[in-house]
Ligand binder design. Sequence first.
Ligand code: GLN
Ligand code: ZN
Length: 760
Amino acid sequence: MNVVSTVVGYPYIGENREWKRIVEGFWKKELTEQQFEQQMKAIRLEHIQRQQALGLDLIPIGDFTYYDRMLDLAMMFNIIPNRYNNLLEKESALTCYYAMARGTEQAVACEMTKWFNTNYHYIVPEYEGQHLYVTENRLLAYFLEAKEELGLLTKPTLIGPYTFVDLSKGYDEKTRAAFILALIPLYAQVLKELVDAGAEWIQLEEPSLTKSLSSKEARLVEEIYKQLTEAVPEANIMLQTYFEALTNYENLIQLPVAGIGLDFVHGKKENLEALRKSGFPKDKVLNIGIVNGRDIWSANLAEVASDVQAILNLSNANDLWVSSSCSLQHVPVTTANERKLDSVLLNALSFADEKINEIVHVAHFLSTQHWAKEGIVSESMECIRALATHPVRNNARVNDLVKSISNQDFVRLESFEERREIQKTALGLPDFPTTTIGSFPQSPAVKKTRAAWRKNELTNEEYAAFIKEETARWIAIQEEIGLDVLVHGEFERTDMVEYFGEQLTGFAFTEKAWVVSYGSRCVKPPIIYGDVEWSEAMTVKEVVDAQSLTSKYVKGMLTGPVTILNWSFVRNDIPREAVANQIALALRKEVEALEQAGIQIIQVDEPALREGLPLRREDWSTYLEWAVNAFKLATSSVKNETQIHTHMCYCEFNDFLDPIRALDADVISLETSRSHGELIASLKENPYELGIGLGVYDIHSPRIPQVEEMETILKESLEVLSKEQFWVNPDCGLKTRQESETIAALKRMVQAAKLLRDSS
Ligand code: GLN
Ligand code: ZN
């Protein structure tokens, strides 16, 4: 039997984020276009060589991008919005490309949105009826480059037509089919040129085929692949699905392509069942996505090999590929540069390079029935065992605490209606109270002082004194502005998850484990590898200090359990729900500590609540139930008088009002200034009763809005919300803004709230 090792894609950022530096160097004009191209080529080839050296049989190309792969395709097919045309004419294609991604003075950027249920964000192509043609076959250039320079036949990969259109905008139900079918000849041309240049396999990524499809959509998919394979019968297409099981398996498995790739990690159960029931076509290659492309944990090789063997027996396939479950772009490059991690943890980690190693070994085992390296299986199992028995995973106190959770722990003492009255008397806030989301500008001085402290150039006392001073300065500023509920400003935090992770048990922080969030922006998620426990107050000192300086209320400020979970790499030995509950219990202690210290308003941010939603709607309720409960577990032990706030951003709220209501938070502040109208419409249909602040201005822009604009938003909101429930606040935290613009905008916001009070 022929077994090929491959991956769906490899990270492009480089182990030291070289890619980011080149991209940003070009933006800052430190590199000419020619230097940029040269340096990009060098790392592109280097990444291929790395995978080659690791022993991978079939290496992808086209997984590399200059910003985003959806944007690459949009450029390749001339789906360039009209507003950038002059750039294309006057400047270079590259300038136009980055303008679409980032916007210019004259033309706003294309929309950016989440790539399925990952933390990666892609650029949404805008179809405006442009003349569609292949502007440049970039894939062919990459293919030839690898062939000529390295003597290697790679596997070109591109996002398939169904998914590409599914994720684009500018068409409706009626015009969708026509748009897709107009792209088929373009795909055919790209594929044909690749085949002519010697490509033996071409991977078309179709993750949208794991969503639910209507029968009409399923027929469209069949039509697409019928036309495409008729146009280029000579191309061997590997139709690659990931993130879930292939939907409509029985039909789609018959598509006239040479191979089908299935995700046997995230869609394991369903794909296996389908395979058992309907088998796998004899004439196709099965690509088994078996090594998890989204987590950072070493595979248990014995288990992986036996799973693959089982799949093989069920499928009867002759030719088999072993691969990652999805592109490895969602994991960091290599564990080799981590020098500070607990060695038990480090040994159990597997990033992209280590995952390729696993794939190569499993593929070798399958074709020869023996392992290439003696002891490799027992080694892999030993690493996993060592972590499982690590004290950090066996904290009896946390276990006891989790076991003692009862239904009452998820509910406040009284209903919202009762609490509202009690809080009204206890807090005595004016109508339309004004507040902010938590953070204030992190000035260069704040960043510099923190860096100095981290390098031990400042003592803990000196650093704390600086933070205290900055907080005091901003308390005075907030009083001057006239805000009703103040915040301490979060100057002690770089990142809203890291700050808590560093103080709780069970978290680890890497040095170089970066992944791309969008464009050149990378994040380094913490690793939750052990039981999470609260040991001492994490935020009380700063908030109490701030409260001592003012007679106004200062809000306590925490990051919620679900956000901490969703923005971390999470252990896989217990369910996510269990980890969420551990974090929630730790935060519950912090909430109680704040309350005991006299803080009467406490905000627990959950910007990532929606991000955790499963891809398929039918799975939403299971996730939402435990996620909402985790928030409630963290926030329900307080007195009726204590007001719990929460905040959410980066998401659509229109179909999310029910889960928001279920949180039972006394007040929620939402990011809405960019989608205000839609939310108002949803609120009309689905009235919301609890306290709510609809962000009145967009904090992502340096622009200072007029009082009248904010007033209009407030008045419109009041058509669907009552005076009793209504708060006035910006969209999100202000840490990335300048001091002067922050003060100016907030002053106008306070003024708008005053006008509203006067007129109602
Ligand atoms: N309290 C946080 C801040 O103001 C909230 C950040 C967020 O919502 N992303 O920075
Ligand atoms: Zn926010």
